[in-house]
Each structure stands twice: as C-alpha cells, then as structure tokens.
Design a protein around this ligand. Structure first.
Ligand SMILES: Nc1ncnc2c1ncn2[C@@H]1O[C@H](COP(=O)(O)OP(=O)(O)O)[C@@H](O)[C@H]1O
Ligand SMILES: [Mg+2]
Length: 291
C-alpha cells in the first residue's frame, strides 16, 4: 500500500497501550508504513497520511469538545477511522438509548442531567453511578445501601460538567467477568474476559487507564448474537459497519447478556489474548483504506 497510515495516540498512553506496537508490527507485516502520532500534536500534518486510525487518545474524555473538533478537522484532509460522526455518537454513553430503541439488550440505565433528576431518580440498593462521558472507569463508583452517597456522587458528576448515569450493579460480573467482543468491518475477530472492577465496592480510579485483569474467552452463542445485533444497529445508523467495534457485555440476573458499552473510539483490543487478532485487524484496515 502506498502512503503512510497514522496510528493516533497520546503521549501518556504510548507506554500503556499494549496493542499499539502489536498493531504497528502487524501493519508492517501486511506491507504498510505506519507512524504513531499524538492526536493533539499541533505540528502534525494530517494530510500527509493516507488514513488516520484512532488507537489510544485516552485523555479525550477530559477534553471531549477539543477531541471532536480535531476529528472533524482531520476528516477534511484524510480518511479517519472510525469516522468523526461515529466518534461523536459513541463518546457519550447516552447512545445506549439508541441501542435500546433498536432492540439491543442493555443494562437498565437512568440518565441524570440536572438537579431535579438527582433527587427524582430511583436508585437500586446496589448501584453504579458513572459519567456518560468517561473511559478507564473514571468517576465510576458503586454504592451499596448508601443512597445519600450515590446522590452526592451524581451531584459531583454534574458539578464537573457531565451527565450522570445510574445502573443496578450486575452481580454476575463477579463470577464470570465481562465479555468483550471485537468486530472488524462488522466481522467477529476475537473475545476477551475482563474481571469485575467494582466487586470490592467503592474505590476511585481517575488515572488514564486502570490495570485490568484480562484473559481469553470463547464467547457463547447468545453473546455473539448480541454483538451481531449491535453491528446491525451501527450499519443501519451509519450506512456501513465501523472499521472497529468492541462490544462489552455482562450477564443479567437471568444469565442472558446485557450490553454495558459499545466502544467505537479508543478501545483496548487485547491482541495478546487472541493469536492472529492483530493481523486480522491490520488486514481489515488495509481493506478499508484501499477501498
Ligand atoms: N452496572 C454495572 N454492574 C457491574 N459492574 C459495572 C457496572 N457498570 C460499570 N461496571 C464496572 O465498571 C467498569 C467500567 O464501566 P464502563 O461502563 O465499562 O465504563 P468505561 O468506559 O470506563 O470502561 C466495568 O468494566 C465494570 O467492571
Ligand atoms: Mg468499559
């Protein structure tokens, strides 16, 4: 392939994004030339690249409008994946409403955007409160029999200029963990298991990323079906499958999968748990960039 592909990251993420070098190597094996570029590098000349692949701009949730403006700008001069439109939709978890409307099974979620909502929202006795714009479990807290604490945290989230979301804690995650499915151009590639992060109750992690326990997973048929349903939603909404999609789910109390989040911006892909996965992604990138 002629031309250079930019893998988009941010300085602080370069040493933590374990997928970055594996992807760069896989792209090189597939015959591509790549450069790692920080999304906010003012000196970067994006039109030099045949495509820019968003990989790990992991500070975007602290600077969302700047990041989305960057995405718009870059898509004027090169092919950006995923597209600015997809990034805009996906960086605020209110998109879960669209998933529900499409018939995707989603963890029951209430959104709170103002003070009235803080007092009005019904709280399960075991509840997770998180910002709708977040990553790396930032400001994501669990409260057990602590309504005052939960409402105070919702207020805190509003006070930092974000909307809050409230979900019942899904206890099945303690046993089985969370299942993440990776799809490239709408085709399933691999899955992983992420151990529960909030099982020991409330604890705050506001770093760039959280150390997670990741293992390989063979997904169940019902999990794959939920993944396919999300891909169907994305294809109908955006006119094509996104280059990359990660769909995270946990079991509900009835043992059936419920979507926790759809990651179309900067997902870890955990290539190291699935042999050949970085090469599958590299080939998907090249198929898309050439097209
Ligand atoms: N409703 C929930 N039930 C159980 N665990 C949850 C719930 N919501 C979040 N978590 C835990 O918090 C982590 C981070 O939440 P998530 O919604 O995936 O946000 P992020 O975008 O930060 O990854 C999850 O991986 C999971 O372990
Ligand atoms: Mg997550």
């Amino acid at each position: 392939m002629d031309g250079v592909i930019a893998l988009v990251t941010i300085g602080e993420a370069r040493h933590h994004d374990t997928d970055l070098q594996l992807l760069a190597d896989a792209l090189a094996r597939a015959g591509a030339t790549v450069e790692l570029v920080n999304w906010d590098d003012a000196a970067a000349d994006w039109k030099r690249f045949v495509a820019a692949i968003v990989r790990s701009p992991w500070d975007y949730h602290w600077r969302l409008s700047e990041f989305l403006a960057w995405a718009e700008r870059v898509s004027q001069v090169t092919q950006l994946f995923n597209s600015a439109e997809v990034l805009r939709w996906n960086t605020d978890k209110v998109y879960l409403r669209d998933a529900v409307a499409f018939g995707v099974p989603v963890i029951s979620t209430e959104f709170v955007s103002d003070d009235v909502g803080v007092d009005a929202v019904a709280l399960p006795r075991d509840v997770v409160v998180k910002p709708t714009v977040s990553a790396g479990s930032n400001d994501t807290l669990r409260f057990i029999d602590d309504e005052a604490g939960a409402r105070a945290h919702i207020r805190h989230v509003l006070s930092i200029g974000k909307k809050a979301m409230v979900q019942p804690y899904q206890g099945c995650v303690d046993e089985r963990g969370e299942t993440g499915l990776l799809f490239y151009n709408g085709v399933f590639s691999h899955a992983f298991c992420k151990a529960a992060i909030l099982s020991r109750g409330e604890s705050e992690r506001n770093g760039l990323f959280v150390v997670e326990e990741i293992t390989a997973r063979t997904p169940r048929v019902d999990e794959l079906a939920v993944g396919d349903k999300v891909i169907e939603l994305l294809a109908s909404r955006f006119g094509e499958s996104p280059l990359y999609a990660r769909i995270d789910m946990v079991d509900g109390d009835d043992g059936k999968p419920l979507v926790m989040e759809i990651e179309l911006a900067e997902p870890s892909m955990f290539f190291h748990v699935a042999e050949g996965s970085a090469d599958r992604y590299a080939n998907a990138i090249l198929a898309r960039v050439a097209a």
